[in-house]
Design a protein around this ligand. Structure first.
Ligand code: HEC
Ligand code: HEC
Length: 165
């Protein structure tokens, strides 16, 4: 564990002005309750701040071909969710300050739609052994909820991390 870096990260979280007053470390999630139902049925409902707005736009524009799945939504719901994803995206003024600096798009194509291929994810998880991701109860880096049990509520607090055996 990178104690100093983790501490700095936690401090930025707790003093991050736009979100002062919220639970420490809880990332803002879209208000529409169906976000978790619709976008959290196959995997974790990701906190918008983990991707820049352009990535959310590309992703929501092509839900019919979504990583090999059809994740289509009714157009009104899709537009509503996209608006909220853009508003809370990693490069928006409302983003969590400590994550913003990782939120510039450095890749193109499918990789640009993946949190798990971004610099922030790599930075936070570089001490997780590669074999862990393949464990039966984890299966994929994209399965945040396997180790962050409250990820669907935007909570990734260090003390909540549980790595399934
Ligand atoms: C029918 C199932 C399904 C639904 C519904 C679905 N997804 Fe996905 N999504 C997938 C699969 C499969 C992957 C690839 C997961 C992997 O690589 O382990 C994925 C990956 C992703 C990723 C990239 C994860 C990474 O690797 O960082 C994002 C972001 C994402 N989905 C967002 C959404 C959003 C937003 C919605 C709601 C509009 C949604 N998904 C709904 C199946 C789904
Ligand atoms: C194999 C289990 C595992 C999975 C799956 C996983 N993480 Fe993590 N995550 C960890 C561990 C371990 C840490 C480091 C905890 C520490 O020591 O700070 C961490 C740290 C974090 C942190 C920093 C928490 C803090 O306050 O220091 C964030 C944010 C985070 N992960 C987001 C994600 C996201 C987003 C996903 C899915 C796209 C994900 N994680 C998937 C295990 C996991």
């Amino acid at each position: 564990m990178k104690i100093l870096q983790a501490l700095a990260f936690t401090t930025l979280f707790s003093t991050g002005q736009p979100y002062a007053g919220e639970l420490q470390g809880t990332l803002p999630m879209p208000e529409t309750a169906s976000y978790v139902a619709e976008c959290g049925s196959c995997h974790t409902a990701y906190a918008p701040t983990f991707l820049p707005a352009a990535s959310w736009r590309d992703l929501m524009a092509n839900l019919a071909n979504h990583f090999g799945d059809d994740a289509s939504l009714a157009p009104e719901l899709r537009d509503d969710l996209l608006k909220q994803l853009e508003r809370l995206a990693g490069d928006s003024p409302r983003a969590v300050a400590s994550i913003t600096r990782y939120a510039t798009r450095q890749t193109t194509g499918e990789a640009a739609l993946r949190i798990t291929q971004g610099g922030f994810f790599a930075f936070m998880h570089d001490e997780v052994p590669g074999s862990f991701w393949k464990r039966a109860k984890i299966g994929s880096k994209a399965n945040c909820g396997a180790c962050h049990p409250n990820a669907d509520q935007g909570s990734y607090l260090e003390r909540e991390v549980r790595i399934p055996k």
